[in-house]
Ligand binder design. Sequence first.
Ligand SMILES: *[C@@H]1O[C@H](CO)[C@@H](O)[C@H](O)[C@H]1NC(C)=O
Ligand SMILES: *[C@@H]1O[C@H](CO)[C@@H](O)[C@H](O)[C@H]1NC(C)=O
Ligand SMILES: *[C@@H]1O[C@H](CO)[C@@H](O)[C@H](O)[C@H]1NC(C)=O
Ligand SMILES: *[C@@H]1O[C@H](CO)[C@@H](O)[C@H](O)[C@H]1NC(C)=O
Ligand SMILES: *[C@@H]1O[C@H](CO)[C@@H](O)[C@H](O)[C@H]1NC(C)=O
Ligand SMILES: *[C@@H]1O[C@H](CO)[C@@H](O)[C@H](O)[C@H]1NC(C)=O
Ligand SMILES: *[C@@H]1O[C@H](CO)[C@@H](O)[C@H](O)[C@H]1NC(C)=O
Ligand SMILES: *[C@@H]1O[C@H](CO)[C@@H](O)[C@H](O)[C@H]1NC(C)=O
Ligand SMILES: *[C@@H]1O[C@H](CO)[C@@H](O)[C@H](O)[C@H]1NC(C)=O
Length: 351
Amino acid sequence: MSIQIERSLFLFYIIFVFYAWAQCSQHTDCTSCTQDKGTLGLTPCCWNSNSSTCQTSLLGLCASGSTGVTYNCPTNPPSDFTYTDNFGRNYTLPFIASAYGDFNQAQVCLNNTVPDAQLIGVYNDSRNCSSVLALLPSQNTIVVAFRGAQGSTQFVITALNLILQGPLVSFPPGGKVFSYFSSCFLGIWNAGLGANLKSLKQANSNYGLWVFGHSLGGALASLTSTYAVHQKIFNSSDVKLITTGQPRTGDLDYAIAHDSSIPHSYRLINVADLVTKMPEKVNLDATNAFHHHFEIWYNQNMLIGANFTLCNQAEASNCSSSTSLVQSLSYDYHNTYFNTSIDTWFGTGCI
Ligand SMILES: *[C@@H]1O[C@H](CO)[C@@H](O)[C@H](O)[C@H]1NC(C)=O
Ligand SMILES: *[C@@H]1O[C@H](CO)[C@@H](O)[C@H](O)[C@H]1NC(C)=O
Ligand SMILES: *[C@@H]1O[C@H](CO)[C@@H](O)[C@H](O)[C@H]1NC(C)=O
Ligand SMILES: *[C@@H]1O[C@H](CO)[C@@H](O)[C@H](O)[C@H]1NC(C)=O
Ligand SMILES: *[C@@H]1O[C@H](CO)[C@@H](O)[C@H](O)[C@H]1NC(C)=O
Ligand SMILES: *[C@@H]1O[C@H](CO)[C@@H](O)[C@H](O)[C@H]1NC(C)=O
Ligand SMILES: *[C@@H]1O[C@H](CO)[C@@H](O)[C@H](O)[C@H]1NC(C)=O
Ligand SMILES: *[C@@H]1O[C@H](CO)[C@@H](O)[C@H](O)[C@H]1NC(C)=O
Ligand SMILES: *[C@@H]1O[C@H](CO)[C@@H](O)[C@H](O)[C@H]1NC(C)=O
């Protein structure tokens, strides 16, 4: 009797697996594949972009290298602005470095690196988060740049670990973000950045906006760019976001909201930078913390002429996430973007 029950259960299981396989394998594109959650949502399908096939999940989990999240389907950035190493080196690096100084130090740094830049203000909050606001007339652009937490990577990691234990809070443009990032962003925005950004745009109506930031400042840059569009201070197409060493900033819904506001968005990652892996995810499909597009992975170093890869998935398993934790801990990738000590360079006037 019990053998009979076992036998029919086994048969049922085989039919179920076969059914799930047949159900998934009919899909030939990532979107329809990842939207298929199966009967009663029990057998979601997973897209493997390496083989371009739709596969059955195992107990609801996708095999490593495949994804069940539609947002994580491969996509390319808009062709009207592609990241170049020159852009990062000429603009992103010096503006981020300048944000580590006070007004005078920022001014000296910019005079030595981007002579055309006019520093408008430095805005900080009680948590020592800080940003610079500048005009760049040669590029018809307003620039905002955020510094990261100061000190050794170990300190940054410890601080971020505490920060990322915190709750996620709703962010007006959409989704949820880590509460420390939200507080820092609001502190700086309300310390004058928001009002001055608005009046600068009114006085220079044909200007676009570039937002840069490193580490914690990368998360703040991401929030600021999204918020500026949400507040209708700028149109989406006029904003560019470029960050270095940015941790995961919010949940999947925030990533989606960010992308719809900021299509020209690039996160630079130096080889195996540990901070960009935080908060840590064992399963890249987990939606509580989700990177947004587009990862630029410098996979060897960031010397002049270094190669980099544009990754077409927000959480790609074969870009920086493919590096090991051991490699991440083996070298201070986090503080040396573009072969420059990003948090101390201002001390020598950025030369
Ligand atoms: C990652 O995989 C995708 C899909 O197979 C491929 O197009 C891309 O070139 C790979 N990227 C790297 C850095 O290997
Ligand atoms: C991707 O596919 C190629 C050839 O089809 C295979 O050699 C390689 O191991 C695959 N990579 C991954 C990460 O599955
Ligand atoms: C960056 O600077 C280099 C050297 O000064 C220059 O040749 C290049 O045109 C600049 N690139 C951009 C995108 O501004
Ligand atoms: C920076 O350059 C401006 C314009 O050339 C000049 O007026 C200012 O004194 C310089 N500031 C510093 C701190 O070097
Ligand atoms: C901002 O920085 C200045 C100078 O470093 C400091 O005096 C001021 O207290 C800071 N503001 C806040 C709100 O902490
Ligand atoms: C705040 O930032 C300033 C300027 O970089 C730094 O000198 C100071 O040590 C920081 N203060 C704290 C409490 O971290
Ligand atoms: C956004 O674009 C529309 C249509 O081109 C234009 O009317 C409007 O002034 C723009 N808004 C801003 C803030 O640039
Ligand atoms: C970049 O990649 C090209 C092609 O693979 C290679 O020839 C070149 O040596 C690489 N450059 C550096 C600086 O690694
Ligand atoms: C820049 O690269 C050179 C050559 O690899 C290296 O000796 C130097 O330490 C690097 N500087 C920084 C700040 O990483």
